[in-house]
Structure formats: structure tokens, C-alpha cells
Ligand binder design. Structure first.
Ligand code: SAM
Length: 208
């Protein structure tokens, strides 16, 4: 049976464990990423994250969309009433597509394998979709989310179900709670890449 459009790139992404390899993959994928993920694999995570953001985050606050990619989540956030959206991502090519949407207040580069170059307590609302999982961003990078968040700020994140099964994400979440960095407001499994049979854990965290 023919594989879904985009499945080869997705499998490549899952197999890459270094930042340079990831940068190269997304440089080559940026122009077809949207069609490959949505039409090809039925990607719904941006929609699910945005719906949770609308339910649990302050729509009046600027929201930081981490690993924003081409901006699929930004489109849903805007549709649901978020007016100020900033985006950060590793890939200049993915950011260029997001820029073309004209919905992000600012866009810039970040490497989420390092502590973020953001002022402590400067982020009021955060979303992060489609990046925690089986590839380069793993459970060991979850704790970087907390320092830039101001006390009371909330984050909606997705954790790819394949990555969740294979890696100790649950331990990393527990550590965030035990270390007094965040508390959990919501968790639930939902569709992610339904045509590929992959779901995700969606979590809403609140900074202590
Ligand atoms: C599967 S895409 C998800 C993009 C977008 N959030 C979405 O849901 O469509 C993963 C994104 O993470 C970015 N990325 C990969 N490694 C990264 C890193 N180390 N730091 C920041 N972003 C990274 C990629 O450039 C890509 O845009």
C-alpha cells in the first residue's frame, strides 16, 4: 500500500537525534510541510492545542508559540480569538512560511535543546505543538519551559504518543511537579496524526 504523503519525512524526523540534522530536514520540508501533514497524514494537533489554549489560557495575553514551524497553530489561535502571537523556531525556512501568514507579532530563532534565551518570568501564555516526541526534543528538555513563564502563566503542550511510549516523558512531567515548577491543569489523549495511527498526550501546565 502506498504510504501517506509526508510519511517519509515524518519517519526521517523521528529517526534524527541531532539539531543540525533536524535543521536540514525542515529546510528541505518547509514548502510542502503544510500539505504533507494536513492532507497527507491528517495532522490535527494544532487544532487540538488551540482549542485547549482557548479553554485554559488568557486570550488577552501575548502567547508564545514555541516551535511554531509554518504557523499552523497560529492560524487556529487567531481564529479562536488570540490577538497577540509570537513565534520561535529552529528553522529559518519554516519561520519564513509563518512570516508569510502575517499573523505573528514577532518571529525568531530558538534551539529548544538549550535553556531558552528569554527573560525569566517574561512569558504569560505558551503553546508548544508537534515537537516533544520521539526525535530531538525529548523529556530532558521539558524543564526548559518553566523559567521564562511568569507565576500563574499557563502552557499547552503536545507529546507525540509514540515518543510518550518510548521515552520517560511521564517521569519528566512528575519532576516538573515535584520540583515545584508547575502544576498540571489538564491532561488527555487525543488524535495527532490519525492517518498514521499516532495519538498524543495533551497537557496544560501552570507555572507556580
Ligand atoms: C513537526 S514541526 C511542528 C511545527 C508546528 N508547531 C506545527 O504543529 O505544525 C516541528 C518544528 O519544530 C522545530 N524544531 C525542531 N527542532 C527544534 C529545536 N531544537 N528547537 C526549536 N525548534 C525545533 C522544527 O523546525 C519544526 O518547525
Amino acid at each position: 500500500m502506498a504510504e501517506n504523503k509526508g510519511a517519509a519525512q515524518k519517519n526521517q524526523a523521528y529517526a534524527i537525534s541531532d539539531v543540525e540534522g533536524t535543521r536540514k530536514l525542515y529546510a528541505d520540508w518547509a514548502t510542502t510541510y503544510d500539505a504533507d501533514t494536513t492532507e497527507g497524514m491528517g495532522y490535527v494537533a494544532p487544532d487540538v492545542v488551540a482549542e485547549l489554549a482557548a479553554e485554559f489560557l488568557d486570550k488577552g495575553a501575548p502567547v508564545l508559540d514555541l516551535a511554531c514551524g509554518t504557523g499552523q497553530l497560529g492560524v487556529h489561535l487567531r481564529r479562536l480569538g488570540f490577538s497577540t502571537i509570537d513565534g520561535l523556531d529552529l528553522s529559518p525556512e519554516m519561520l519564513a512560511v509563518a512570516e508569510g501568514l502575517g499573523i505573528y507579532r514577532s518571529l525568531g530563532k530558538i534551539d529548544m535543546t538549550q535553556s531558552y534565551p528569554l527573560k525569566e518570568g517574561s512569558v504569560e501564555a505558551l503553546t508548544c505543538c508537534g515537537i516533544f516526541g520521539p526525535s530531538v526534543i525529548g523529556p530532558e528538555h521539558l524543564a526548559f519551559l518553566a523559567p521564562p513563564m511568569v507565576s500563574g502563566a499557563r502552557a499547552v503542550i503536545s507529546i507525540n504518543g509514540k515518543g510518550y511510549e518510548e521515552r520517560p516523558f511521564e517521569d519528566a512531567l512528575e519532576a516538573l511537579f515535584d520540583d515545584g515548577l508547575c502544576r498540571e491543569i489538564y491532561r488527555g489523549f487525543n488524535d495527532y496524526l490519525p492517518k498514521e495511527g499516532i495519538d498524543a498526550l495533551y497537557v496544560v501546565l501552570e507555572r507556580f
